[in-house]
Design a protein around this ligand. Structure first.
Ligand code: CDP
Ligand code: MG
Length: 733
């Protein structure tokens, strides 16, 4: 690819390494301080260079030490760990010593709960043990689910390497829109969502001898649904082995759910971790995190740093600030390699976090929650934990979903801190006070199933013939209200009939690994003769946040390039135009570069489109195309997204039609200035305001036309003054 969104660490390797003597002296001085604190200014000349750090320095206080479970084990440096051969590496993992007893336990029990600290070898080793023990004979497979795409890919790559096979042959992975497995695949890593889809084709998992539900403690929506399904299957497939593997101390709860299945505990291997808190709350945790990285880099002995941030945007911002500060410090400091890790990061960039730290330098990894338990990165000695993560929340009453940054739980904070003690004693710096930890953090996170829209899952379960959802065997049931709202929405989309049974449309919708609203849009596009175009839009929305490239130093050009694609009607049509123009250049990389479009995202959109095309052919939908038919395209979108309708009210604000929630057009939208009367949005994001992201303009009468179950004439009437008052009253009541 011609350009990188990320700074290439190679660019930094030309720098002059090694600190100058005066800096060394200064660093030593800092080191001698017991607390990681930049004390009173000494007035020394050399300190000037660091003024910006001194001014913003975060004041930490040591509060606690998490005990290590075996303090006598040799402490290895990251470089030493990397030098180990694969065999040495495998034999040094805590799980290795329990290989035989684990295999015995699996032989003896059909369902086993396995609990062990992150990095003990559960994910990479157990499938290999089973493979060598003959569980893949007779053409059977071993499956292992992962809540995160990145983990599925990176773990499969690692295991393929350990077994000395090509990824995709004996060991493969399968994630949405990407299948890297073959006929020969014996060990299959997959996202939990993929396994859920597989149930549609193979309801009894007949090709598997073992299914491992890994990272069970994450309690993602799909993992939670899988619990109920695999528990049921285990009853009538006694030869199927079921392993539930988890990092934290939820094992008792899992055991209870699986009819008191035995728990196999793998004793950990962890070095002590000192916990530091800030003395006072930090107003700007991003800034504080960046400064803390530099404080550690300048004052602490070797070892890599892991910073937990809430998402891609935050990571990119932190990376920018950090790079800028490092540049200002120039060659006076040791090399600091800054590496991002988040779910949407392209895999070749993700792989970089596993590369060895350059000699004398230090890695700092800026990661999301993904680094909390699903990925083990060796060499981390310092953890910086601002105490936040991005979390989905859902309000069934308004059917509004929002992704917001919320405080983490104590369990998460402890997991994060634990990441510092894998190869040697470590330190965790929490950017909140000890009081906050004690009094403000919840004990453990709320399972996703209790805070998300269930449309997808309900459709899936219905297609599996599970009709009585209110009595499905959930470990923690979702709120009944959410289930009922999902059923109502599927009814309005035409996926269920009035008896609650799946319709033909519903059956077709379930074929697509898409949100029911998007699946419905695709199906509806046939009626308007715009299947090809809607397919493109669906693919582009799948990567939407990463289509436009906006480097800070060329922001004006980038914005111009973006607005040049604006199409009348709204943002979906803008995305369509981008894709069509790109396709017309025969998918040129150069074209992307010139137009500030991210080539990588476009390639992904193209891959998604190919997949959708295959699925459409399977559901026998004609691939009709009519690029000029913009009304048809918008009507198709209305057919799927009629829930997401907002209207402009008298005071110039938008309100959702059914629930009268205030929402705003995102400033990046082509409709931001136009302010059409009626709009449909793709999603809502809550930042400073409730923003509608990706909006199109519609005509209100389409609503009654495409969703007569849901909209009546009175919903779309022009509101007059008396009605407004009536509405205000209703709101108060
Ligand atoms: O699943 P669990 O957290 O118990 O451990 P794991 O993921 O199986 O990790 C065991 C070891 O494999 C770690 O020490 C990592 O060093 C190594 N590993 C790796 O090098 N590359 C990966 N993509 C995943 C794991
Ligand atoms: Mg694991």
């Amino acid at each position: 690819d011609t350009f990188e969104y990320y700074n290439d660490p190679d660019e930094q390797s030309g720098q002059e390494l090694g600190p100058k003597a005066e800096i060394k002296r200064w660093e030593k001085e800092q080191l001698s301080k017991a607390e990681l604190k930049f004390g009173a200014k000494s007035g020394k000349k050399e300190q000037k260079e660091y003024d910006f750090i001194v001014e913003d320095a975060v004041d930490f206080v040591l509060s606690d030490t998490i005990k290590g479970s075996n303090n006598d084990a040799p402490q290895l440096s990251a470089a030493e760990v990397k030098k180990q051969t694969i065999k040495e590496c495998q034999e040094s993992l805590p799980i290795y010593h329990y290989k035989e007893s684990l295999l015995d336990a699996i032989k003896e029990h059909q369902v086993l709960i396995i609990e062990g600290e992150t990095g003990s070898g559960k994910t990479t080793q157990i499938p290999q043990y089973l493979y060598h023990a003959g569980y893949c004979d007779d053409d059977m497979k071993i499956g292992c689910t992962q809540p995160r795409r990145v983990a599925a890919m990176s773990v499969a790559a690692r295991v393929a390497e350990e077994l000395g096979v090509k990824l995709g042959n004996e060991v493969g992975y399968s994630i949405r829109f990407e299948d890297c497995t073959s006929e020969r695949t014996k060990i299959r890593y997959m996202t939990d969502g993929m396994l859920l889809r597989d149930f549609l084709g193979e309801p009894n998992l007949a090709s598997y001898s073992v299914m491992i539900i890994d990272e069970a403690h994450e309690r993602t929506l799909h993992t939670d649904v899988l619990f109920g399904l695999v528990k049921d299957i285990a009853r009538f497939r006694p030869e199927l082995k079921l392993l539930i593997s988890s990092a934290t101390l939820d094992a008792g709860k899992f055991s209870e759910f699986f009819d008191d299945a035995p728990i196999f505990r793998i004793p950990g291997r962890r070095f002590p971790v000192e916990i530091y808190y800030t003395k006072a709350p930090e107003a700007d945790y991003l800034q504080a995190a960046v400064v803390s990285v530099l404080q550690i880099h300048l004052t602490q002995p070797g070892g890599d740093i892991l910073v937990f941030l809430s998402g891609q945007e935050e990571i990119e911002t932190a990376q920018e600030i950090l790079q800028d500060k490092v540049r200002r410090l120039g060659s006076k400091i040791k090399e600091l390699v800054i590496l991002p890790i988040y779910a949407n990061l392209p895999s070749e960039m993700q792989a970089k976090i596993f590369e060895p730290t350059p000699p004398g330098g230090r890695k700092v990894i800026l990661g999301t929650n993904i680094a909390e338990t699903s990925l083990t990165i060796d060499g981390i000695v310092y953890v910086i934990d601002p105490g936040y993560c991005k979390q989905k929340s859902y309000n069934p009453r308004t059917s509004m979903e929002a992704l917001t940054v919320v405080p983490i739980s104590k369990a998460s904070a402890d997991q994060r801190a634990g990441r510092a003690g894998r190869v040697s004693a470590g330190k965790a710096f929490r950017l909140y006070t000890s009081w906050s930890y004690q009094n403000e953090l919840e004990q453990s996170p709320i399972p996703e199933i209790q805070r998300t829209n269930l449309g997808n899952v309900v459709l899936m379960l219905k297609s599996l013939g599970i009709n009585d959802l209110l009595n499905f065997d959930f470990m923690d049931p979702p709120p009944a209200e959410t289930l009922i709202v999902s059923l109502e929405q599927l009814y309005a989309l035409g996926a269920l009939n009035h008896k609650g049974d799946l319709t033909l449309t519903g059956r077709k919708m379930a074929e697509f690994p898409l949100d029911p609203m998007m699946a419905k849009t695709l199906i509806a596009s046939e009626k308007y003769g715009v299947v090809e175009e809607v397919m493109t839009i669906a693919a582009m929305l799948g990567v939407n946040s990463a289509v436009f490239y906006r480097p800070k130093d060329q922001a004006v050009h980038a914005d111009n390039a973006r607005t040049n694609f604006f199409s009348p009607g709204g943002d979906h049509l803008t995305l369509l135009k981008v894709y069509e123009n790109w396709a017309a250049t025969d998918y040129s990389t150069q074209w992307c570069f010139e137009n500030f479009i991210q080539h990588r995202s476009m390639k992904r959109a193209r891959a998604i489109k190919d997949q959708l095309q295959g699925l459409l052919e399977r559901t026998e939908i004609d691939l009709l195309s009519n690029p000029m038919e913009h009304v048809g395209i918008r009507k198709a979108i209305t057919s799927g997204y009629f829930y997401h309708t907002a209207r402009l009210t008298a005071n110039g604000l938008y309100k959702t039609v059914k629930h009268q929630q205030s929402v705003h057009i995102h400033p990046n939208s082509s409709l931001f200035e136009e302010q059409p009367k009626w709009v449909i949005y793709h999603e809502l994001v809550q930042t400073t305001k409730e923003y509608m992201r990706q909006t199109i303009e519609i005509e209100s009468k389409w609503l009654v036309e495409v969703a007569p179950h849901y909209y009546k004439e009175k919903d779309i009437e022009e509101k007059k003054m008396p009605k407004q008052r009536g509405k205000a009253k209703a709101e108060l009541g």
